[in-house]
Write a protein that binds this ligand. Structure first.
Ligand code: URA
Length: 233
């Protein structure tokens, strides 16, 4: 039986119909932050990548080498959201591949979380802010539709927000990360935990009890335990 016939048996849209909402013109997306990105716009990260690579919803598009979309698994139960690409990420087109990324990978490996299977890593903004400055609220807002699409597609159970930009960008929480790190926030059917940004840990090397690295160790163990609990349900 042809694929279209098989799908119509269940009254689902055919792949072509499903590829974009009917009133949505993909050509408009990159040009203006005022044009929202409707949920359901993308079926794959590759489609989103293609758009982000020619996106000018904010000025960061003018200085990027590569749009930085993701690494890890699109089927992962855990999503990690960073702030924005740095120089290494901009050059390689992958998030968290510099010093911060190496530390992040070690943190994940310390509790046996596999980057290939258990996590999906992305950022609030997909293009590098000049001089590695913090993305502005407008830049984060212009890019938010892409992040929401990534969450919709991956559908993670747990989202880790590394640093204040991710916390504010996704949950709208403006509190300092030191205050709220390690706390679970429940929204819809997802759990969110703010954690220290790995770059902050690189600047605070002490492993003593109560110091950022020690606190991160507590947090990542709590994440591991929560994942095991969810899987056992
Ligand atoms: N810092 C981030 O927040 N994201 C990256 O991809 C790299 C460094």
């Amino acid at each position: 039986m042809a694929i279209d016939d098989q799908i119509s048996l269940f009254n689902l849209p055919t792949p072509n119909e499903a590829s974009s909402p009917p009133d949505f013109d993909p050509e408009q997306i990159p040009t203006s932050a005022k044009v929202p990105i409707p949920a359901g716009t993308y079926q794959t990260m590759a489609q989103m990548h293609a758009h982000c690579s020619r996106c000018f919803r904010c000025d960061l598009g003018h200085s990027r080498t590569n749009a930085v979309i993701s690494r890890g698994s699109v089927n992962a139960p855990i999503m990690i959201v960073g702030e924005g690409p740095g120089q290494n990420e901009d050059e390689q087109g992958k998030p968290f591949v510099g010093k911060s990324g190496q530390l992040l990978d070690k943190i994940l490996q310390s509790v046996n979380l596999s980057i290939e299977e258990d996590v999906f890593i992305c950022n609030v903004v997909k293009c590098r802010p000049p001089e590695n400055r913090t993305p502005t609220t407008d830049e984060a807002e212009a890019c938010k539709g892409y992040l929401l699409e990534q969450i919709r597609i991956v559908d993670p159970k747990i989202i880790l927000l590394t640093g204040a930009t991710a916390l504010k960008g996704l949950l709208g929480v403006k509190q300092g990360i030191t205050k709220v790190r390690g706390q679970w926030y429940e929204q819809g059917d997802r759990l969110y935990m703010p954690i220290f940004h790995p770059a902050y840990l690189l600047r605070n090397q002490s492993r003593e009890r109560g110091q950022p690295k020690w606190l991160m160790w507590q947090d990542i163990q709590a994440v591991r335990a929560k994942l095991d609990e969810i899987r056992d349900r």
